[in-house]
Write a protein that binds this ligand. Structure first.
Ligand code: NAP
Length: 181
């Protein structure tokens, strides 16, 4: 994939949650193709190491680390460790997600709680930890994978995307103070 010079991400570190599969892997590939060093985060080490090997074979500088983002206490130490070992996180891509489909009237509380924790709480606390350092450095980018369903809504998908519109709208305020790369 060719990128114009304005998309050059050489010497930039990008952290992609859920980068071991699906959209996250495709995002990691694209950021790496633009020159970024990518860090994949997920829970499954086999998946992450395989994805990383694939990126490495394409010439990317890719590393991975296991973190369950539902473990709130692990988030700030994760950011601290990654920045200590690898330098500033210049780009955070909040992409990790789960799904539970059921009609509203039958939607289980555990499914709701897990989705809200994964799609809202985890990105909020990870964004907060990363943004603190971005704000003090005066630069950084934070990007979220959302869904068109956060705008439209659809029966059976009521939990996954209900709060994402709120998160996206709140985001410029959450990260205000961070300038462009
Ligand atoms: N595919 C679609 O049609 C679609 C449509 C709209 C929105 N989206 C959104 O796009 C994002 C990616 O979706 P996808 O289809 O690519 O799904 P996917 O292949 O299942 O990827 C989701 C990733 O999230 C990671 N993840 C889930 N829970 C996690 C946790 N607690 N801690 C750390 N990592 C966690 C998983 O990694 P591990 O298994 O290693 O934990 C996995 O790699 C999601 O946010 C989804 O809601 C997808």
């Amino acid at each position: 994939m060719g990128f114009p010079p304005s998309f050059d991400l050489s010497r930039r570190n990008a952290l992609i949650t859920g980068g071991g599969s699906g959209l996250g892997f495709a995002i990691a590939k694209a950021l790496a193709a633009a020159g970024a060093s990518v860090i994949l985060v997920g829970r499954n080490s086999n998946k992450l190491s395989k994805a990383c090997a694939e990126l490495g074979a394409l010439g990317a500088n890719a590393t991975w680390t296991v973190c369950d983002l539902l473990d709130r206490g692990a988030i700030a130490p994760l950011v601290g460790r990654l920045e200590r070992d690898g330098g500033p996180i210049d780009i955070l891509f909040n992409n990790a997600g789960v799904q539970h489909r059921a009609p509203l009237t039958e939607f289980p509380a555990e499914g709701w709680d897990r989705i809200i924790a994964t799609h809202l709480s985890a990105p909020f606390f990870l964004t907060q930890a990363v943004a603190r350092n971005m704000v003090s450095r005066g630069r950084g980018k934070i990007i979220n994978t959302l869904s068109i369903l956060s705008e439209l809504g659809r029966a059976n998908d009521c939990a996954a995307h209900d709060g994402e519109g709120w998160f996206e709208n709140a985001h410029p305020r959450l990260s205000s103070g961070a300038r462009s790369l």
